[in-house]
Design a protein around this ligand. Structure first.
Ligand SMILES: Cc1ncc(COP(=O)(O)O)c(C=O)c1O
Length: 380
């Protein structure tokens, strides 16, 4: 992999991370037993405003646990945006359920609620809302639709810690929600995941299943097919330290997003992934859309030459060979356009205003825009 001067992401581990990890080593508590696990779960639930939480080893298995806890069965249908990271769809397949793809809204890039309405069938059991790149889906609309139609609402918040609608954190609108703490997430544990739910019984069920479904009544007795999806104490120690600094990490990321906005506003061909009024975009990834795929690929190459890493929008999941049959021959034009015209920019909290200024200057250069003037006729 080329070594970029400005990668898309780099975690900031400058708080108590080392101290707490050393505490694990010094006390010999390195497995999934140990005080940091419970502490991270409790503090995470408090931060998100949920009654309880349970940790697990990544944000993919947490989606699996969420669907198991809701008793989603083989043949049940789960509505999911095709424009998402593949893990959302894989988790649906893990339980043998059928992913029913929906297209995206061209303004917000989130799942298109009108398409959700069209795709509800007698077999639909749940809707999986994915809050992409740190922006919230329209949860008020989705939650009331799910309530009316008697469907579960699962929130995939892997990319959305810190994202709010009004003052309410995403993940508290639906039945159950899943988070990821991969190394590139706003708070990280290296690898890690978390589940929250308003109904504590669902969290208890996830906790039971993630730890081999051990019977509370009899030693070495298992009352279900369980999993070992537990988080280690070392990961939780890092999580506790990260969570201590979440407000400052969020503030740094917001200021980076504002600096990008300022630096790119003179480019007509660039549309930033904007904050929806009334919500807090956590800007996990500062993302932008350009006019077409050729322009997008050209921009990525231009930035790579200047040492700036970017990522393309996710390929829509219905195009992957293992999920293609579930597209049932349908096209998803908005998702396909987003996939070919969007990029994520370097978005890590330690980017300085000068770094963002340099990246914006490189983007303006590509579009032939300088000091607010366009001088590249071919880009119009
Ligand atoms: C939307 C979404 N869902 C699920 C996941 C899976 O999380 P993890 O990588 O922790 O397994 C990710 C990871 O990046 C994601 O972006």
């Amino acid at each position: 992999m080329p070594d970029f001067k400005f990668p898309v992401y780099r975690p900031n581990l400058s708080g108590n991370e080392r101290r707490y990890v050393n505490e694990c080593l010094e006390t010999n508590w390195i497995s999934s037993k140990g005080a940091f696990v419970g502490r991270f779960e409790k503090e995470f639930a408090q931060y998100a405003g949920a009654p309880s939480a349970t940790s697990c080893c990544n944000g993919t298995v947490s989606l699996h646990l969420a669907l198991l806890a809701l008793n989603i069965q083989p043949g049940d249908e789960v509505i999911v945006p095709t424009f998402t990271y593949v893990a959302s769809v894989n988790a649906i397949r893990y339980v043998g359920a059928i992913p029913v793809f929906v297209d995206s809204d061209p303004q917000t890039w989130q799942m298109d609620i009108n398409d959700v309405k069209k795709k509800i069938s007698a077999k639909t059991k749940a809707v999986m809302a994915v809050h992409l790149y740190g922006q919230a889906c329209d949860l008020d609309a989705l939650a009331s639709l799910c309530q009316q139609r008697n469907l579960y609402l699962v929130e995939d918040c892997a990319e959305a810690i810190g994202t709010r609608i009004g003052s309410k954190h995403v993940g508290t609108f639906g039945d159950i929600a899943s988070f990821s703490f991969f190394g590139n997430k706003t708070i990280t544990t290296g690898e890690g995941g978390m589940l929250i739910a308003n109904n504590p019984a669902l969290i208890a069920r996830c906790a039971h299943l993630k730890s081999q479904a051990v019977s509370p009544e009899r030693t070495y007795w298992h009352d279900d097919i369980g999993y070992n999806y537990r988080m280690t104490n070392i990961c939780a120690a890092i999580g506790v330290a990260q969570l201590e600094r979440i407000e400052s990490l969020m503030a740094q990321k917001r200021s980076i997003a504002m600096n990008y906005q300022h630096g790119l506003q003179s480019i007509n061909d660039v549309k930033l992934h904007a904050e929806v009024p009334g919500t807090t975009h956590s800007f996990w990834m500062v993302s932008l859309q350009v006019k077409n795929e050729a322009q997008r690929n050209g921009l990525r190459n231009h930035l790579a030459q200047a040492g700036i890493e970017t990522r393309p929008g996710f390929p829509p999941s219905h195009l992957f060979p293992m999920h293609a049959e579930f597209a049932r021959g349908q096209r998803f034009p908005v998702a396909e356009t987003l996939a070919s015209t969007t990029i994520n920019l370097p978005s890590y909290p330690d980017l300085t205003p000068q770094d963002v200024g340099f990246i914006c200057q490189c983007i303006r250069e590509y579009f032939g825009v300088n000091h607010g003037h366009r001088n590249e006729p071919s880009a119009t």
